[in-house]
Design a protein around this ligand. Structure first.
Ligand SMILES: [Zn+2]
Length: 99
């Protein structure tokens, strides 16, 4: 048995792990260091959602214009509508959305 064989260094391992992760600026969730944004995908969506709501409140727009303005998939806007997080003021008249 080779007593000089290096043991698994847990501190070293931990250091490597913390190097490959960073923490979401908003909720502190661990995200890959290589991630493009400073926050996790959940917080990104929350931030985006609030921006969308503000935009809808200030502009008379429909879901197509929202998707185009934010460069987000139409299905995401539709998903929010489905979840009743945003909805048409009156589905029978005009495209105006409200929060
Ligand atoms: Zn987060």
């Amino acid at each position: 048995m080779d007593i000089n064989k290096p043991r698994l260094d847990l501190d070293e391992l931990e250091r490597k792990n913390s190097i490959s992760y960073k923490y979401c600026e908003h909720c502190g969730a661990a995200i890959p260091r290589s991630a493009e944004f400073a926050c996790c995908s959940h917080c990104q969506e929350t931030i985006l959602f609030h921006a969308v709501k503000d935009y809808i409140r200030e502009n008379n727009v429909n879901e197509f214009q929202v998707a185009e303005h934010f460069g987000i998939p139409l299905r995401l806007v539709k998903q929010w509508m489905r979840e009743l997080r945003i909805e048409y003021v009156n589905p029978n008249r005009g495209p105006r959305l409200f929060q």
